[in-house]
Write a protein that binds this ligand. Sequence first.
Ligand SMILES: CC(C)(COP(=O)(O)OP(=O)(O)OC[C@H]1O[C@@H](n2cnc3c(N)ncnc32)[C@H](O)[C@@H]1OP(=O)(O)O)[C@@H](O)C(=O)NCCC(=O)NCCS
Length: 295
Amino acid sequence: MATDPVIRPMVPADLPAAERLSAESFLELDRRTVPRSWPEPQVRSPGRADQWLLRTGHFLRTDPDGCWVAEDDTGMLGFATSYTRELLWVLATYAVRPGLQGRGLGRALLAAARHHGRGCLRGMLSSSSDPRAVRLYRLAGFSLHPQMLLVGEVDRSALPVGEGKVRDGTTGDRELMDSIDRRTRGAAHGLDHEVMLQMWRLLVTDTSTGSGYAFVAGDGTVQLLAATNRRTASRLLWEALAGSTGRVEVHHVTAANEWAIDVGLAARLEVHQSGYLALRGMTPPTPYLHHGTFL
Ligand SMILES: CC(C)(COP(=O)(O)OP(=O)(O)OC[C@H]1O[C@@H](n2cnc3c(N)ncnc32)[C@H](O)[C@@H]1OP(=O)(O)O)[C@@H](O)C(=O)NCCC(=O)NCCS
């Protein structure tokens, strides 16, 4: 018989097992929750696993006290990774092995991660649509803001004529991005920007009428977007969509970001719903499209 589970701080040697557990748990969740009309949930690709390891290793380096695992003598049963940026606590990712969910491990892991954010006035996380997760977040005092999702192939005849005001960004744009972060979500991403720069293309616009930035994956999928006004945010989203190839998805659109829905509808994308932006001590950032773990 297995020993009683213990909750202990995560260490770098745990990362490969945590990645596999995460891939397994989210695949099982997708099979339970993704609509049948959508593409079949896929096993996580080696490229996505590498990105997971890169960003989770980063969170573990910046916030070792925010990252926890549950284990017994059979191995890892679950984990939670969280970090603080200025006065904001963020839950990056969180999973319990399928088959062991609903037995109290998740509640204990979340309590350990939340302890790390005890000095923070605000909290932010992107919740899956797992009813267990949603229950735990609301019981922990988070407000739940439904996230919409724009999906489809961009109608290229709808693309506006480029105004040439968007350029590729570099690490030299970090201070500008941190200022926009503080204005939109109340806390800078700081070193997170360096990690995002390793993974995605950075688009920046900085004119007399507004500033903004967006991280965009190779297929044109926006990963994170922040701007000082809606017009600038829309310009960045259009620029990302113009570079898309085939089916594109724009995730994490809250009702506070209707500018993004309007761009998506103009591009003839479909609107769906998936999960929640869960917040404490703050209202939904805008104009802003958050990332699932960099938030
Ligand atoms: C979310 C998750 C980490 C929670 O871990 P867990 O070990 O299942 O959580 P717990 O057992 O501690 O708590 C689950 C709560 O939901 C309740 N619950 C269990 N099954 C449920 C169901 N089918 N529907 C609704 N609530 C349910 C439990 O009773 C418990 O509430 P209570 O403590 O008030 O009784 C885990 O379920 C998981 O890995 N899900 C898939 C990945 C995921 O969605 N991660 C979160 C990303 S934001």
